[in-house]
Design a protein around this ligand. Structure first.
Ligand code: TF8
Length: 338
């Protein structure tokens, strides 16, 4: 009698713990998730989207299918954002920089030299300050899941090696579409032209613009080395990517489905950062082998560039709000001291 009761209690407990803890296949409805991105399939972005897709399919027993749609086939970053807001597309990953028009606080991440290492970026982006900025998306119709690494940005152009700030004077330089980037490169004396990434290769090829700035990984995966001769190591800003979901669609999901997406997003973030860092460590040598002429800046020139760039800080503080500016900078200082 006693034994029977204990076994029975154990059985009840076991059933309760599976339903509460592990999600079952029947918790998931068949769903198709269109996950768009701007880079080519064979890029750090593409690899991480496919990794995310596998995780989600595995966790839902194949019920939720994630379609990785690259090459900006679903549109530029800003076009995809509008599709997410309207509910015509479920997910995307893109630059935080292209969200500044919707969420001004996102501009904080474009502050030149904000982060001096990837470790600082991880700590702040994954911490309370990163969360606060990410949470602002909800009021605009999107849910931010995680930040991925785009990386430290470097300058390329087809005119000349940039060894001092003045070399940029007559360079038509494509920048991402927000005022922080426009102001930053105007402060350096370049002729800054905002353009969506999806139009960049053609613009470089036809010489509509002379140069651009992006992490090594992207210069490599987007084959910019075919149309850009000179690369200058500037590391002028760390760019995050952010994985976002349509809020209209998110609100229809069950808690179990939301958890699957959140968990897979965290796994994809860790995978993506490692993959990106490994690729970046080799990319410069690859770019040289493809014929790019690479130069570093003399320390005095780095200081001059830094001084010119930090002149935009006051405007950034104004557009992101003083409290965002102060809180993020304090979090960076704390991460730096750790
Ligand atoms: C840029 C960004 C791009 C991203 C990507 C298309 O220069 O660095 O790599 O926006 O998602 O526009």
């Amino acid at each position: 009698m006693r034994i029977k009761f204990t076994l029975c209690a154990l059985a009840v407990a076991a059933v309760a713990s599976t339903t509460a803890g592990l999600a079952q296949a029947q918790d998931f409805k068949p769903r198709i998730v269109r996950f768009g991105f701007g880079l080519v399939d064979d890029s750090n972005q593409g690899r991480a989207v496919r990794m995310f897709a596998k995780e989600v399919e595995k966790a839902t027993g194949g019920k939720m299918k994630v379609r990785a749609i690259g090459n900006a086939s679903l549109g530029s970053d800003t076009q995809m954002q509008q599709a997410l807001i309207g509910g015509a597309q479920e997910m995307m990953v893109g630059s935080t920089a292209t969200l500044v028009g919707l969420v001004p606080e996102m501009g904080i991440w474009d502050t030149p030299f904000l982060f001096s290492s990837a470790k600082e970026a991880d700590t702040v982006l994954d911490g309370a300050e990163g969360d606060k900025v990410k949470a602002k998306l909800e009021a605009k119709g999107m849910v931010g899941l995680v930040y991925w690494e785009n990386g430290f940005r470097n300058l390329t152009n087809s005119k000349r090696p940039v060894t001092k700030v003045e070399d940029l004077n007559d360079v038509k330089l494509r920048v991402m579409q927000n005022n922080v980037f426009l102001d930053s490169f105007k402060a350096l004396g370049a002729n800054a032209v905002p353009l969506p990434f999806s139009e960049l290769f053609t613009a470089l090829e036809t010489r509509a613009v002379d140069g651009q700035e992006n992490p090594y990984n992207t210069v490599l995966s987007s084959k910019f080395y075919e149309v850009q001769k000179y690369l200058t190591v500037t590391n002028h800003v760390y760019s995050p990517w952010i994985v976002t979901v349509s809020k209209k669609w998110w609100d229809q999901l069950t808690p179990a489905e939301k958890k699957v997406l959140q968990d897979a997003a965290v796994k994809s973030r860790d995978f993506e950062r490692q993959d990106t860092r490994e690729e970046a460590a080799k990319a410069l040598a690859d770019l040289k082998a493809k014929g790019m002429q690479v130069n570093e800046l003399a320390p005095a020139e780095v200081t001059r560039m830094r001084d010119k760039l930090t002149s935009v800080n006051a405007n950034i503080a104004k557009s992101v709000g003083q409290s965002t500016w102060d809180d993020v900078n304090a979090a960076v200082q704390k991460a730096r001291a750790a």
